[in-house]
Design a protein around this ligand. Structure first.
Ligand code: AMP
Ligand code: MG
Length: 518
C-alpha cells in the first residue's frame, strides 16, 4: 500500500556499519548503522501536519491507514523503507564530545515526491541505536509536542527548518527526571516523524575528521555536495570551497531570522547545526517574551549563558569555525577564511536590513541605525514584550506618536512609569524619521507586519497545550497548530494566542526555563 516512493541514497552511497545490533559502541569507518525501531505498545496518531503530508503526497486517509500509523510508530517497515541511525560527533558547550550520533532517531529512508523533491524521514524516540550510549532511545510526549509544533511554526514563519509530519503516542511510559533532582517520574511516550531534505549536521563531518579518516570525510563531503547542493556549479577543485561558503551564507541568514522573531535555540552544539542552514533539534528552545538578549531557556545553560538569545550569531560563527577546522584537509585555509568572512558580511548586512525592516524605517543609514540601537537599549531596560512591541509600533501615528499605543507591551507598571518619558522622546525621533521618509502610515504598517509576527509559539502556550495533551486532550495542540499556520495575520477571535506571557508563567517550568531532559 505504500504510496511513498523511496530512494535511499545516504544508505546506498555511503559506507555502513557491518554490525546490525543496537549494542552501544564506537562506529568507525562508517556513516550509518542499520537498526530496527523497537516496537511500542499502542500507537495512536495524535496530530499531523497537513502541509507536510501533502508534500509527501499523503492525504488524510493515507496517513490514518493502520499500516501508516504503525510505520510512524516504528512498529512496521513499509516497502522501500530502510531503517538506520547515523554517526556524528560534536562540540557540546564548547568542548569536543566525541561520538554522539542518532541516539534515539531512526531513519526510514528518503522519499522522492511527485515534484522530484527528496525528503529524509526519521522517527525521533523510536528506540535504542548503537549511538544511544546509556540512554533509552525514547522521547516523552512533552518534548515531542514541543518539537512537532515548533518545527511547523518555524516553517510558517518562513524560516528554514526541519519539519514534522506526525505526532504519535506510543502507549508506553518513559521515565524522566525533568528537574535533575533525583525524582524521576513516568511520562507518556511519543514519537515525532521528522522530515527534511537532509539531516546532515556539522558534527557528521567533525566525526571522521577527528579520527583522521580522510577517505570517509571526502566521501561524505562529495556525497553532501552532490545530493544536497546540486545547484553549486564551481569546478571540481573549487567545489568544497564554494560549498563551505554557501553553508556559511545559509547559517548567517538563519541567525538573522532567529533574531528577527525572538527564537532561542537553547543548545547550539555543533551536532545541532544543520548543513542546509535549517533550524534543527528542538529541545529546550524558547521564545523571547520580554526583550532580554541574555535570556536562555535552557536550565543547563543558566550559569554560562553560552546559548542565550543575543549570543546566537557569535556561537553560529564559532560552530562554522569548527566545521571549517574539520574540513581543513579537503580545502585550503583560504577557503575556510573566505567562508567565515562570508558569514560575517552576510550576517552584518542581513541583521541591519532586517532590523530596519522590523522598525519600518525608510533606509539603512547611520541615523536609522542609531534609532534602532536606542530602541533596543530601552527595550532591554524596560521589560517590554518583543513580539507585541513591534506589532504595536506598526500602529503608531507618525504625525502624533503616542506612547499609550505601546503601553500594553510592557510587563511591569513600575518600569513603564520610569521609562515612559524616555520612550516618548524616542518615539518623537522615530516618527520624525518616518515623516522624512514620506511613506503612508498604512503602507508602513502593512510592510512591518510582514516582518513582525503577531503569533509566535510562546513558551506558556506550548506548555498549556502539553498539559492538556498529557490529560488525553490533544485539541490544544491542533488549535495551536492552526494558529501558527498564519503567524503574520491578525486572526480575529484568536487574540488570546497573541497575549503576552501571563504572570503565573513567569517562572513556571516549561514556560520560562526548560531542562534538556526530554
Ligand atoms: P541533544 O542534546 O538532544 O542534541 O542530544 C545529544 C545526543 O544525545 C545525541 O546523540 C542524541 O541522540 C542523544 N540522546 C538524547 N536523548 C537520548 C535518549 N533518550 N536516548 C538515546 N540517546 C539520546
Ligand atoms: Mg541533537
Amino acid at each position: 500500500m505504500s504510496v511513498l516512493n523511496f530512494d535511499n541514497r545516504f544508505m546506498r552511497e555511503l559506507p555502513g556499519d557491518a554490525e546490525t545490533s543496537n549494542r552501544p559502541r564506537p562506529v568507525a569507518g562508517a556513516c550509518w548503522s542499520p537498526v530496527d525501531p523497537t516496537p511500542v505498545s499502542a500507537p495512536k496518531l495524535l496530530a499531523y501536519s497537513p502541509e507536510m503530508a501533502a508534500l509527501l503526497g499523503l492525504d488524510h486517509a493515507a496517513l490514518h491507514a493502520p499500516e501508516m500509523v504503525e510505520a510512524l510508530a516504528g512498529n512496521r517497515v513499509l516497502p522501500g523503507m530502510a531503517t538506520y541511525a547515523t554517526c556524528y560527533g560534536g562540540h557540546q558547550f564548547g568542548h569536543w564530545a566525541g561520538q554522539l550520533g542518532d541516539g534515539r532517531v531512526i531513519f526510514l529512508g528518503e522519499v522522492v515526491n511527485r515534484a522530484g523533491q527528496r525528503w529524509e524521514l526519521q522517527l525521533k524516540g523510536a528506540g535504542r541505536t548503537p549511538y544511544s550510549r546509556g540512554a533509552d532511545g525514547r522521547a516523552v510526549l512533552r518534548s515531542s509536542v514541543r518539537e512537532f509544533l515548533c518545527s511547523e511554526a518555524m516553517h510558517h514563519l518562513g524560516i528554514p527548518t526541519t519539519r514534522a509530519l506526525s505526532l504519535v503516542g506510543t502507549g508506553d511510559l518513559v521515565e524522566r527526571d525533568m528537574f535533575y533532582d533525583g525524582h524521576p517520574i513516568d511520562e507518556p511516550g511519543a514519537i515525532v516523524c521528522r522530515v527534511a531534505p537532509s539531516f546532515i549536521r556539522f558534527g557528521h563531518f567533525e566525526m571522521p575528521a577527528s579520527r583522521s579518516d580522510l577517505a570517509l570525510l571526502r566521501r561524505l563531503v562529495d556525497f553532501t555536495i552532490a545530493r544536497d547542493f546540486p545547484e553549486l556549479t564551481a569546478s571540481p577543485a573549487q567545489l568544497p570551497a564554494a560549498w563551505f561558503a554557501e553553508v556559511c551564507a545559509r547559517t548567517a541568514r538563519l541567525m538573522v531570522d532567529w533574531m528577527r522573531v525572538g527564537f532561542v535555540h537553547g543548545v547550539m552544539n555543533t551536532d545541532n547545526m544543520s548543513i542546509l542552514g535549517l533550524t534543527i533539534d528542538f529541545g529546550p528552545y524558547g521564545w523571547i517574551d520580554d526583550f532580554d538578549p541574555s535570556w536562555t531557556p535552557n536550565t543547563t545553560d543558566a550559569e554560562g549563558r553560552r546559548y542565550c538569545f543575543g549570543r546566537q550569531p557569535v556561537i553560529a560563527r564559532w560552530n562554522l569555525e569548527r566545521l571549517g577546522m574539520a574540513l581543513k584537509d579537503v580545502m585550503d585555509r583560504e577557503a575556510v577564511e573566505n567562508g567565515i568572512a562570508t558569514y560575517d558580511a552576510m550576517f552584518e548586512d542581513g541583521i541591519l536590513k532586517m532590523t530596519i525592516a522590523k522598525f519600518g524605517l525608510p533606509e539603512i543609514s547611520q541615523v536609522d541605525a542609531d534609532i534602532v540601537n536606542a530602541a533596543f537599549e530601552l527595550l532591554s531596560r524596560a521589560e517590554v514584550d518583543m513580539t507585541e512591541f513591534f506589532r504595536s509600533l506598526a500602529r503608531i501615528d507618525s504625525e502624533a506618536p503616542n506612547i499609550m499605543v505601546l503601553s500594553d507591551a510592557f510587563y511591569d507598571d513600575v518600569h513603564f512609569a520610569a521609562l515612559r518619558d524616555a520612550f516618548q522622546d524616542w518615539l518623537a525621533h522615530y516618527s520624525a524619521r518616518l515623516r522624512q521618509g514620506g511613506e503612508l502610515d498604512a503602507d508602513r504598517s502593512a510592510r512591518m507586519n510582514t516582518f513582525n509576527p503577531r503569533f509566535v509559539l510562546r513558551n506558556y502556550l506550548a506548555q498549556q497545550a502539553i498539559e492538556r495533551a498529557e490529560q488525553g486532550d490533544i485539541s490544544g495542540v491542533t488549535e495551536l497548530l492552526d494558529v501558527i499556520r498564519r503567524p503574520y495575520d491578525e486572526q480575529p477571535g484568536r487574540e488570546a494566542y497573541a497575549a503576552k506571557r501571563p504572570d503565573w508563567a513567569r517562572s513556571k517550568a516549561g514556560c520560562s526555563m526548560l531542562s534538556c531532559s526530554s
